[in-house]
Design a protein around this ligand. Sequence first.
Ligand SMILES: Cc1ncc(COP(=O)(O)O)c(C=O)c1O
Length: 452
Amino acid sequence: MKDELIRKDLKYVWHPYTQMKDCESLPPVPVARAEGVRLYDYDGNFYYDTVSSWWCNVHGHNHPAIKSAIKEQLDSLEHVLFAGFTHRPAVELAERLVAITPPGLAKVFYSDNGSTAVEAAMKMSFQYWQNTGKEGKTRFLSLDMAYHGDTVGTMSISGVGLFNERYRPLFFDSFKAPTPYCYRCPCGREKGKCALECLSRAEEILKENADTIAAVVIEPLLMGAGGMIVYPVEYLKGIWELSRKYGVHLIADEVATGFGRTGKMFACEHAGIEPDLMCLSKGITSGYLPMGATLATEEIFRAFYDDYDKLKTFYHGHTFTANPISCAAARASIDLFEEEKTLEKVPEINGKLVSFLEEMAELPIVGDIRSIGAVGAMELVKDRKTKEPFGMKERVGDEVYRRGLEKSLLLRPLGNVIYFFLPLCIKGDEMDDVFRRAGEVIGSVAYLVRSS
Ligand SMILES: Cc1ncc(COP(=O)(O)O)c(C=O)c1O
């Protein structure tokens, strides 16, 4: 079964973010089933899902409550168009989302993934200014190492060079502020010993261009695909204050950080900020089904609310908007946060994660460690003093990935950054086992690098 699956996969399938030639030596792992934090292949081998299946699984695989919500919904309504029609799962979920997100967010616009949730927020902000007579506010400010998705619009405001550079001719122009990447400070300062000079640069851009900027778009506190960069709460707070001062929207992209991953339900809560638009996906259904949501303030919503012939309608939507089964999964997942006291588990996860990272920091190839909530990362470098990174040819992150699989770990790297994006259901003994195995893998790669 397994060999046949792989043969047909390589014959018919094109995988995302994958150089398919690599599959000649390392074909994709066929997963037969999953349970809790473990993925099982057809031979009964397991892999710890240390990256929550691309940052979305929250309560564990095969959770009976989410499964039964899905099955129950399937028995009554699988899908219906969402223009002119509505249904209970979408209405109830919207009410729940408004209740648990930061104050001010009042309306929920559904879509089906993270990129579309951000794209919808950008279009809402842009059109808000058109509808309210400030037609010049058409541009966006984002961070130069941000990741907001893979559509051309969201790539235009992203900055992860490896993913984006090739498509640059397709992008629209946007403003980029330096990333508060403390390990490699763009302002040449030392981690923890600065006056947030990077924030001053963002302010300069806003001051000079506020009349052409619609919104600032930001991943609150944790920049995922940029390298699991964790930045200071003061920076996030500062960006929000600047957005108020210069009259631009703040779009909080909580696609990765939402639903408990940073220790609070939403990362914005750490800074006590109230974004104008918030983008959700991934963990919204605990990773069981695709879903995106863009939340907007009443003020933004009202700018679109008028007679039909005034042409203020938000002409945007996707076929699977508010899919009832996805909504049912999301409702069940939000219920579980209360029933299983999910957020209360995060401090223990963070404690173990930090101890492990501190241990790893002793290795000569570990240049930086960073963490927030259930997310932790280490950046591997060739030289700790100069912070020289490993090159494309060395593929040190990929070596960790390959060795990880041999030790039952799914350690998918982001270039030279090895990270853990743990499901919030992970238990203490499971973490001990994960970190013991990961320590062996990373230690062996450090040894290999030093002896080569
Ligand atoms: C912060 C952030 N925004 C947007 C996206 C895009 O989400 P999707 O892959 O569902 O389109 C991602 C995906 O990783 C993300 O991390």
